[in-house]
Design a protein. Structure first.
Length: 333
């Protein structure tokens, strides 16, 4: 990653942490402290959602991971115990505080980053899905926001389609590290943010490696085609159906060009079709418009058709020009 990119990321994360670091530290002390919200009590109650959120032997690294994650919680960042629901710091602080002070494991789960029983999640039905998707997309926005999705609404909608009916919200600092599910993608965002179990890998260079895993899947959290097709079959149904079934989608997808870029909105590539799929997932109206864009024959994601089968003089120099463009792009990073 270039120095300018690293500085830009540090600036974004620094602003987020600077504004809320004290309150996040207080939340994490409560949530991680003792056995009530993250230890023996949670385990004894069989509550994997809470017990597995943060694990490991390095207490300082665990707390820092918690603080960085907390910085992605939406406003308000208040502690007056007046906010008991909704996707915010205030809601999580209230429930974590009650859970720790009263040894109430149910409140501990509500106050966790992935908020058990969907208590601290958005109440707007156009946005709210599972707490795991809310937490994943909070952190995508902070660390991997240049990848795949147009906005948080697209992230949440896509996540919910991928994990429909599958309990994949549990994750910790140890994984799961693979599989086409949100738990794997959430883990890779933690690694991308610089909080892996391996301290030798904790640099922001991890963004270039792990943000693709955390969004497209990219062969780590399932293949990109696995993720694309699971969401496509769940999103583009009925009159908007583009592929007869998942197998047909996978077969077609494996022939798509992989651009290898963070986000594509108008090229003949898998990334372009996936981008339009994330928009299609948000509303029925968007599905009507964007599901056709995910097809083999896609208007915005289609190859330019030559008027003749004969190679043009331009095609002869295309490879050289592409190589030159690659060199220029690399020099600009």
């Amino acid at each position: 990653m270039s120095t300018m990119k690293m500085l830009a990321l540090a600036s974004v994360v620094g602003v987020a942490l600077g504004a809320h670091e004290t309150r996040c530290g207080e939340y994490c002390d409560i949530y991680l402290g003792g056995d009530d919200c993250n230890g023996a009590t949670a385990t004894a109650e069989g509550n994997e959602l809470t017990a597995a959120t943060y694990t490991g032997d390095d207490a300082a690294a665990i707390k820092q991971a918690c603080i960085d994650q907390c910085a992605a919680f939406p406003e308000p960042f208040t502690q007056d115990n007046s906010v008991t629901s909704g996707n915010s710091y205030a809601c999580r602080f209230y429930h974590a505080n009650v859970g720790a002070s009263e040894a109430d494991d149910i409140h501990c789960t509500h106050g966790s980053p992935i908020s058990g029983q969907n208590v601290c999640v958005d109440e707007d039905p156009a946005v709210a899905t599972t707490a795991a998707c809310e937490d994943y997309c909070n952190n995508w926005d902070l660390f991997c926001g240049e990848y795949l999705y147009a906005d948080k609404a697209g992230c949440v909608a896509t996540c919910s389609k991928l994990d429909a009916g599958v309990p994949t919200g549990v994750y910790d600092l140890a994984g799961p590290t693979s599989g086409a599910n949100t738990a794997c993608k959430r883990y890779h965002i933690d690694v991308a943010a610089g909080h892996p179990r391996d301290p030798d890998a904790s640099t922001n260079d991890n963004l270039d490696i792990h943000c693709p895993h955390a969004t497209y899947g990219a062969g780590q959290c399932g293949s990109t085609c696995e993720n694309f097709c699971a969401v496509n079959i769940a999103t583009c149904a009925g009159d908007n159906e583009q592929y007869a079934d998942n197998a047909a989608c996978i077969t077609a997808c494996e022939d798509f060009t992989v651009a290898g870029t963070k986000q594509e909105t108008g090229s003949d590539s898998l990334e372009c079709r996936f981008y339009h799929l994330t928009v299609a997932a948000t509303t029925a109206e968007n599905a009507d418009v964007h599901c056709p864009h995910t097809a083999v024959e896609s208007d915005p994601c289609a190859a330019a058709v030559s008027p003749t089968d004969e190679p043009s003089s331009a095609s002869a120099v295309a490879p050289a020009f592409a190589a030159f463009a690659t060199v220029i792009a690399a020099a600009q990073l």
